[in-house]
Design a protein around this ligand. Structure first.
Ligand code: TYD
Length: 224
């Protein structure tokens, strides 16, 4: 039985997910919700060990199937070690990327077989479907510009960010297609606006659902 709430943040590069997760976490903690912020690939010691292999491009020569399985292995560890225990203990988990990133990056732009991807997803998440997914939508040209600015001059783009604009466009469309196919779980957020506007939109969307699903008595109880 799950008593907490699991929210994932998805979208292309430079959409501002990490900034917005921090802002939402702050707003939730101010309302006395217990919040855990995490990210993928990574989020648990086992998954963090796999993260470098994936983002450095060390696994790229072995093909998208190898990468997809590594993402799934990392996700399985993250789910069982961190996400599920936190949600079961009543926390709100905010996760920067999750299964939709694999569907899009490995499945759609990696060209992997949909049945294979579906089976892999089922093993990786083992029933831990997000209660809510925010899809941050931005023109990839703008997103890549933001991501490059955030990185600064010295650092180069990672394995997935460095791909062509056409690939990033296909990813944007694939995320929007997921949102259309699963409207009960997904909300599309216009990430092109300034951070304050996006924060207000995110806060309103999340709290509208949260206040219904996690009423006050389920929140962290203040010490007597
Ligand atoms: P990261 O620097 O953590 O983040 P972000 O782009 O979210 O700011 O990079 C994660 C990269 O890994 C990103 O390019 C998307 C990619 N990725 C996948 O290809 N598949 C996945 O399942 C996940 C979780 C991420």
């Amino acid at each position: 039985m799950t008593s907490g709430f699991f929210i994932t943040f998805e979208g292309g590069e430079g959409a501002g997910k990490s900034t917005q997760i921090e802002r939402l976490a702050r707003r939730m903690r101010a309302k006395k919700y217990e919040v855990l912020v995490t990210r993928e690939p990574g989020g648990s010691p086992g998954a963090e060990a796999v993260r470098h292999v994936l983002l450095s491009g060390a696994a790229e020569p072995f093909g998208p199937k190898m990468e997809a399985i590594l993402f799934a292995a990392a996700r399985s560890d993250h789910v069982e070690q961190v996400i599920r225990p936190a949600v079961e203990s009543g926390s709100i988990v905010l996760c920067d990327r999750f299964m939709d990133s694999s569907r899009v990056y490995q499945g759609i732009t990696g060209g992997l077989d949909p049945d294979f991807m579906e089976a892999l997803e089922a093993v990786a998440i083992n029933g831990m479907v997000p209660d809510m997914t925010l899809i941050f939508d931005i023109d990839p040209a703008e997103g890549l510009k933001r991501a490059a600015a955030r990185r600064g001059a010295g650092d180069s783009a990672d394995r997935f960010e460095k791909e062509t604009l056409a690939v990033h466009q296909r990813r944007r469309e694939a995320f929007l297609a997921i949102a259309e196919a699963e409207p009960d779980r997904c909300i599309v957020i216009d990430a092109s606006a300034d951070p304050e506007t996006v924060e207000n939109v995110v806060t309103a969307a999340v709290f509208a659902v949260l206040e219904r699903r996690m009423p006050v008595q389920r929140k962290q109880t203040a010490p007597a």
